[in-house]
Design a binder for this molecule. Sequence first.
Ligand code: 5GP
Length: 347
Amino acid sequence: DEFVHRLPKIELHAHLNGSIRRSTLCELAAARGIDAAAAMLDSPTPQTLSEAFDVFRVIHACVTTLQDIERLAVELAYDLDDDGVVYAEIRTTPRALPASLAAQDAGTLDEYVEAVLRGFERYTCEQMGDKVGLRLILSIDRAKHTASDAQAIVDLALRFQTRGVVGMDLSGDPTKGEWANFEPALQRARLHGLKITLHAGEVRGRDDEMAAMLAFHPDRFGHCCFVSASNLALLKQSGVPIELCLTSNLLSNSTPSLERHHFRDHYTHVDSHAEQEECTVCCISTDDSGVFNSPLSNEFRLVMQTFALDQQQAFHLARRTLQATFLTRPRLDFPSEATNQLMREDD
Ligand code: 5GP
């Protein structure tokens, strides 16, 4: 019954494997004979972005079958539901995995996407009453994928466009890979109606890349922690919404403190009667709730406490996120009663 829990929330930046339940990770690690302590699962949370990437490697070593992927998808759907999330765009990097531990062949990338969607469908069929609306974004990994891998993932997304894939993401280790390699694939995705979100400004010294990404004008940006003054001015002018993940940025050392988080540079209170034009839509998100141990309700609690937002301001912050979804007609697509209420407030 706590406010942040009851608040109808929209999650736009959550990586599937990074959102794994700790309990599931420990179970899979044991089943795969992976030493949990050696694998860093005992340390509660990473301390730097590079440590976070070490944890992703461990997760990928534990999540090795399509069965596991389906399980992660269904568990995440229930976790979002329990946390009061009404709509979520989940992103994941397709990998070729065998159907089960007994299976001989690595499956196809289509089968990976099918497994995620099967997980979502299981939740939707089992769950009674209001349900979290779920859509999928496919990620290109800038450290691991080539330009032609990226094109193949765009083709994959296009094959699933009528089944819930709404966009593409560029993520992976930000110290590696070149934006120019991936731009053509993302340009093509956009021509075919997929929306684009880019991880940007996660490490220092990438101002040229940020400028090139701004010129591309994606539909959303993720993070934008390290942005030069000139790029920040362009970012504000651009009107591109940003996905902000406070705990993730704090624990990966991308912000010195919550108080100094760049939310403060972008947030302007806007209520329903006074929509202002040049005001960035801030999409409060979790990034990797399994790794950083913070559900979306907690992210809203932190924002409210740190930046002294009252309940009405938090409500409007959550509601504005609706403008940044990759849905073409968000009003019609919103399923839950909580969100209908949100919509009525909007009118
Ligand atoms: P998956 O795509 O396998 O479902 O989720 C884990 C992957 O998401 C990681 O291997 C990494 O490529 C990407 N990821 C998760 N969190 C972050 C982040 O904070 N920054 C970047 N750049 N990539 C991330």
